[in-house]
Write a protein that binds this ligand. Structure first.
Ligand code: SOE
Length: 402
């Protein structure tokens, strides 16, 4: 970036976990990557006056507001970055696209398929009319190890894909007195573990395999159906002052499903916030007829690779994805020094800037994210139909098993 690099003026809506993360990303991206446009943190929109002013000052936003419509209406804004709960995505995105802005929207794209479809249609119209970029923040695509996995699979290194095995395991709700959050409210979040983290697995699986999910068979479970009202500011986990003042949980705590892919692969998926000891284990393994890849975000700088022709005597090889030639890695530290969760969002900001400048980095777009939404809806529908009453059960046991 030089002083003559044209600006890309960002307004971000939301000051929670993702607001913090995206703020660091917009700040960091131009410092480490050569970018065709220079992101400018122009306007931060929050809900609480003091907290929003404080966040804007801390994270380097030039201005702040309590009304997202101000961001959409201002001529000095190019990109609207939506970091709010899912029930607000459609309204903000539609207004932003109609106003000729580029949009980056946090995942999942929406709370329902109908919303996602309207957002996709609006993105298509805006792209034709103004060249607007509309991307959804499936940030794990920007993990160097997963981007490398995608390259290897595209090169045919694991051959024809037979199995996709994806688990996204967290444990921040395993304590029944862990406080309530908007993420546990169906009206605000759409679904629970399914849409919040299972959506990442669905997106990653389809993107890596280059195949689409065409059928699912699912079970959803809510283990704790009420949680204490949170007295402090929004977050994940933590504690509540009064465990007896409880709000209902209206989403799933855990989801499990099998899936068929259009290229013939068989998938097994699991998403949970109840896997004690697993903080953020976003894992995927893909087996092809010539080899396999395996990844666990808790070891995010590594990719396990198995080549059936070369590695039969030793099993999986552990590739440290920290070399300059690996995706995104060359912009950072000397080999072996590793990256963290925040780098995914910096890479995402880099790809948004490049997409606005016309490079083919603007994926996933809204249409692709809406397809993930359809899979989420299919999982929910399957789980409803395959309830414990109607599920196929093994023949009852006669006598004991001794
Ligand atoms: C909470 O489950 C959460 O912050 C998700 O919302 C993110 O998408 C995931 O990357 C980490 O966990």
């Amino acid at each position: 970036m030089t002083t003559t690099t044209p600006p890309l003026r960002i307004a971000m809506i939301g000051t929670g976990f993702m607001g913090r993360m995206h703020s660091q990303a917009w700040n960091t991206a131009p410092r480490f990557f050569g970018l065709p446009l220079a992101p400018q943190l122009t306007l931060l929109v929050g809900r609480r006056p003091d907290a929003t002013a404080e966040a804007a000052a801390r994270w380097g936003w030039a201005d702040h507001s309590l009304d997202w419509r101000e961001a959409v209406g201002r001529d000095d804004i190019d990109v609207i970055d939506i970091c709010t709960p899912g029930d607000t995505h459609e309204e903000i995105a539609l207004a932003a696209l109609a106003a000729g802005k580029h949009v980056l929207c946090e995942k999942p794209l929406a709370n329902t398929v109908a919303e996602a479809q309207r957002m996709t249609a609006a993105a298509r119209t805006a792209s034709e009319r103004t060249g607007a970029v509309a991307m959804c923040g499936f940030s794990y695509r920007r993990t160097p190890a997963l981007a490398l996995a995608r390259q290897l699979i595209e090169e045919g290194r694991i051959g024809e894909i037979r199995h996709v095995r994806a688990q996204y395991l967290q444990d921040w709700l395993s304590d029944p007195d862990s406080p309530h959050t908007w993420r546990l409210d169906r009206d605000r979040a759409g679904t629970g573990a399914l849409g919040d983290i299972g959506a990442h697995s669905i997106d990653t699986a389809q993107w890596l395999a280059g195949q689409r999910i065409t059928a699912v068979s699912a079970a959803l479970r809510t283990f704790v159906d009420s949680r204490p009202r949170r007295s402090s500011v929004e977050g994940l986990g933590g504690s509540a002052d009064d465990a007896s003042d409880r709000l209902p949980v209206t989403v799933d705590d855990a989801a499990a499903f099998t899936a068929r892919f259009d290229g013939g692969a068989l998938g097994v998926f699991e998403a949970t916030r109840m896997a004690t000891g697993r903080r953020n284990a976003n894992r995927i393994e893909i087996n092809g007829d010539r080899g396999s890849i395996a990844f666990d975000f808790e070891r995010m700088n590594e990719l396990e690779v198995y080549d059936a022709a070369a590695d039969a005597a030793q099993g999986f090889r552990r590739v440290q994805v920290t070399e300059a030639q690996h995706p995104y890695a060359g912009a950072w530290w000397p080999a072996g020094h590793g990256l963290g969760y925040e780098h995914l969002f910096t890479h995402q900001a880099v790809d948004v800037v490049r997409a606005v400048a016309g490079e083919p980095t603007g994926t996933p777009g809204f249409a692709e994210a809406a397809q993930v939404q359809r899979v989420l809806a299919a999982v929910e529908s399957s789980a409803e139909h395959d309830s414990i009453r109607t599920a196929v059960k093994p023949d009852p046991i006669e006598g004991d098993l001794r």
